[in-house]
Design a protein around this ligand. Structure first.
Ligand code: PLP
Length: 435
């Protein structure tokens, strides 16, 4: 059994993988947090390295046999610093986090004490769960269970980060940590302003650039490393690597040695066990690509495609949050159409367009979000250009028109009735099948 290829060893799993590969390549992948990673990265990720235990750090492991793993981890760290144009005298990086969420929790563990105060962008305004999210009823994530958190928000008029509001709330809340970065924010960040606010309270400033790290590496967005103490990222979104996380930490602060030690110990043993060395190999391969001369071209194209997608949707009469984008992401406000994000996401699935429902600024409930989040990283990886993205916007327009027709026939606000009509024997169901 050890030597059989997957297709022979396990036909069921093999077939599922084949079906998913077909779904990814035959449809239009517009999920802003996804990308299509390279064959080389996937090869590294599915390699012999998966067999090895290597708790600890290079040259300080709890297991034998780590000669090559040490070489790999050192190479991966070097490439991470190179890809983000960082001076190894000033910045260090831990490449072991299993994902963005564990990277963030490890960073919080390193920077502040249990029950210390932190501020992050609220989830309904585009922030991530791990930035302190809680609801009126419940503390939802470890970042609000083990720390006291308070969300800052968007300015409802401009839908941009309300930096002044954040500064005045911080004067009352007195955070020990301010987190910037988002999962659904189509504009760039003013890190200098956030640094000023953090300094007023002697707080750490952490940027979570999970979504935009591929664009930050290409220097097509503002540079968080200039102002932040710690920068975390996932490796699988615009950065186009395997699913994992990275934590960058400053080495030139007062007590910097202490920060390096705290970050490394927060990852292991505080939050994780043995590193996933196969993934670290995949990250190293992706980082080499992100440091190559062609990467900037890719990143510029991602942004230019997002702008083309946004402007075509606007010409179709749609409303976008902030009316456009600076990055890979477009936040489409569907509320004026009377449709919810869930319904359009469903019809998208039926017609081979993969999108996700998302809250838009001012939504009453995060449970029934009024928008759709779109991203251009994956289609740009397939060499699609501005004209292609305009065509994609037209497909999205048809998807919405169809959704409106189905909603009319369903005669109910319920998603299950909507789906019944969309997949049944109705006229609109036939139209779905033809689209
Ligand atoms: N941080 C941000 C800003 C994200 O958007 C995400 C995921 O979407 C994460 C962290 C979490 O990453 P993961 O899903 O790898 O845990």
């Amino acid at each position: 059994d050890l030597y059989l290829p997957l297709a022979q060893a396990d036909e069921e799993v093999h077939n599922i993988i084949e079906k998913e590969a077909w779904r990814q390549w035959s449809g239009l992948e517009l999920i802003a947090s996804e990308n299509l990673t390279s064959r080389a990265t996937m090869e590294a990720n599915g390699s012999f390295l998966t067999n090895k235990y290597s708790e600890g750090l290079p040259a300080a492991r709890y297991y034998g046999g780590n000669e090559w793993i040490d070489e790999l981890e050192i190479l991966c760290r070097k490439r991470a610093l190179e890809a983000f144009h960082l001076d190894p005298a000033k910045w260090g990086v831990n490449v072991q986090p299993y994902s963005g969420s564990t990277a963030n929790f490890a960073a919080l563990t390193a920077l502040i004490q249990p029950q210390d105060r932190l501020m992050g962008l609220g989830l309904p305004d585009g922030g991530h769960l791990t930035h302190g999210y809680y609801t009126a009823k419940k503390k939802i994530t470890a970042s609000s269970i083990y720390f006291q958190s308070f969300p800052y928000a968007l300015d409802p008029k401009t839908q941009l980060i309300d930096y002044e509001g954040l500064a005045s709330q911080a004067r009352i809340f007195k955070p020990r940590l301010i987190i910037c970065g988002a999962s659904a924010y189509p504009r760039d960040w003013d890190y200098a302003d956030l640094r000023k606010t953090a300094n007023e309270h002697g707080a750490f400033l952490m940027a979570d650039i999970a979504h935009t790290s591929g664009l930050v590496a290409a220097q097509v967005l503002n540079n968080p490393f200039e102002y932040c103490d710690v920068v975390t990222t996932t490796t699988h979104k615009t950065l186009r690597g395997p699913r994992a996380g990275l934590i960058f930490f400053r080495k030139d602060l007062q007590n910097a040695e202490d920060l390096e030690k705290r970050v490394n110990e927060a990852v292991f043993p505080a939050c994780q066990g043995g590193p996933h060395n196969n993934t670290i190999a995949g990250i190293a391969v992706a980082l080499k690509q992100a440091a190559s001369p062609t990467w900037k071209k890719y990143a510029l194209q991602v942004v230019s495609n997002a702008k083309a997608l946004a402007s075509e949707l606007v010409s179709c009469g749609y409303k976008l949050q902030t009316e456009g984008t600076d990055n890979h992401l477009v936040l489409w406000d569907l509320r004026p159409t009377g449709l919810t994000g869930s319904k359009v996401e469903k019809i998208g699935d039926l017609v081979g367009i993969t999108i996700n429902k998302n809250a838009v600024s001012g939504d009453k409930s995060a449970q029934t979000p009024g928008g759709i989040r779109l991203g251009t990283s994956a289609l740009t990886s397939r060499n699609m250009l501005e004209e292609d993205h305009k065509k994609v916007a037209q497909f999205l327009h048809r998807t919405v028109q169809l959704s409106l027709q189905i909603q009319k026939e369903a005669g109910s606000k319920l998603l299950k009735d909507f789906v019944r009509v969309a997949t049944g024997e109705t006229e609109s169901a036939k139209a779905v099948k033809q689209l």
